[in-house]
Design a binder for this molecule. Structure first.
Ligand code: CMP
Length: 401
């Protein structure tokens, strides 16, 4: 039994964990995303080009294999969700129910259900239903998740904006009905009929199939068109602000997790961590990528979260690893880069720009001392084979300014 639990935990890491799972999780996610895109592409192509009979069996097999894979994915998620940190303390049944009724769980279920229970549905519609697999992409796209979170967060503001829209629609339809009903009884005979004109005008779509004929009607139509501009600016503004807020929040959470892995910032306290997390920007570089080139102006420094880099110094290059930092000398000395630094493996870095570096050094002198200590060790060994600099932890200053 414990072995089954370990296996379940491993599968959870691969399928759900955002911080673990490594390249294997990345590969699974990429495969699922490609499968969705390939299916949507196949449906669109089949629909548009009406592929010949020789393609039909192949497309059918592809669809069936995809459905089987997504079913396996759903069952797997249902099995492993018990391992979720957030659902800890819940019984396995409740944790699984939580997944089933969650937005992501519902999308996963709705994506496969029609193919098992929709035997009576026309095959054409069943095929088109695969287009809705696009919704499954929300799981893999942090931007889409942020958008959904933004809508949820601002639901009250949206409801307010929606109320304004409804009031405006009914009011303008009523006024237009009064102004135009005699001139055009077929289009403005009732308030409900006038509603079509109101919707098309206020949304600034303006099909032009129904237009006011009377002078007063035209004047009022102009006012409505202007009001429409403001009316839709309101929810757009709310959405844009909420989306930006969500992205900032998500970046902050990711950064805060990453910052806690940098030895220099170990034990600096929550408030400082919060401040630093907003300054650091994650960067991912592939092997052989030159991050810093000798002689280039220095405008930032880097902290290594994972991977290995090589500093091209004589008589032999120096390797830097997770926990080390580089690019500090140029900032401290206000000099160009004194060496080239190249990634040896896939590397995850945190970048600190010059302006933020200066701010940080002014605010936390103990951090400056720690960085200067490493720079001094590096400077003192230009002609000897150097070992990577020791991991340094900034000690908080005794007397804070
Ligand atoms: P900078 O001069 O800004 O850019 C190149 C960086 O390489 C430098 O800062 C240091 O961070 C790093 N570096 C230079 N010499 C050494 C060394 N001997 N050992 C480790 N790192 C070094």
């Amino acid at each position: 039994m414990p072995q089954a639990h370990t296996l379940r935990h491993e599968f959870y890491r691969l399928l759900e964990s955002h911080t673990a799972g490594g390249w294997c999780r990345h590969a699974i996610n990429t495969f699922l995303v490609l499968l969705i895109i390939a299916n949507v592409g196949a449906v669109l192509l089949d629909d548009a080009v009406a592929t010949g009979p020789q393609w039909q069996p192949r497309l059918q097999v592809f669809a069936e294999v995809s459905i089987a894979l997504f079913t396996a994915e759903y069952l797997c998620r249902l099995w492993v969700v018990v391992e979720s940190e957030q659902l800890r303390g819940m019984s396995p049944f409740r944790a699984r129910l939580h997944y089933v009724v969650s937005p992501a769980g519902l999308i996963d279920l709705l994506a496969i259900m029609p193919f098992y229970f929709g035997a009576s549905l026309d095959l054409r519609y069943l095929r088109l239903l695969r287009l809705f697999w696009l919704f499954k992409l929300t799981r893999f796209s942090p931007a889409m998740q942020s958008l959904a979170a933004a809508v949820y967060e601002e639901r009250r503001s949206f409801l307010g904006a929606l109320l304004i829209v409804i009031v405006l629609l009914i009011t303008s339809a009523t006024i237009m009905h009064v102004l135009e009903r005699d001139a055009q009884p077929e289009a403005f005979g009732t308030v409900l009929q006038s509603m079509w004109w109101a919707v098309i005008t206020l949304t600034t779509v303006g099909y032009g199939d129904v237009v006011p004929h009377t002078a007063l009607g035209k004047m009022f139509g102009g006012v409505c068109a202007l009001l429409g501009l403001f009316m839709f600016a309101l929810p757009t503004g709310i959405m844009a602000r909420a989306f930006l807020e969500q992205i900032k929040r998500r970046d902050f959470v990711v950064n805060a997790q990453l910052v806690s892995h940098v030895p220099l910032f170990a034990g600096i306290g929550v408030m400082r961590m919060v401040e630093i997390a907003t300054m650091l920007k994650p960067r991912h570089v592939p092997p052989l990528y030159t991050v810093v080139r000798q002689g280039d102006p220095a405008n930032c420094m880097y902290f290594i979260l994972s991977g290995e880099l090589e500093v091209q110094v004589l008589p032999q290059p120096v390797r830097l690893q997770a926990g080390d930092f580089f690019g500090e000398m140029g900032l401290l000395d206000r000099e160009p880069r004194n060496a080239t630094v190249t990634a040896v493996t896939d590397t995850q870095l945190l970048m600190l720009e010059e302006e933020d570096f200066n701010k940080l050094m002014r605010a936390y002198p103990e951090m400056r001392t720690a960085i200067e200590r490493v720079a001094a060790v590096r400077r003192s060994m230009p002609d000897t084979p150097c070992a990577p600099a020791p991991h340094v932890v900034a000690q908080p200053a005794r007397h804070k300014p």
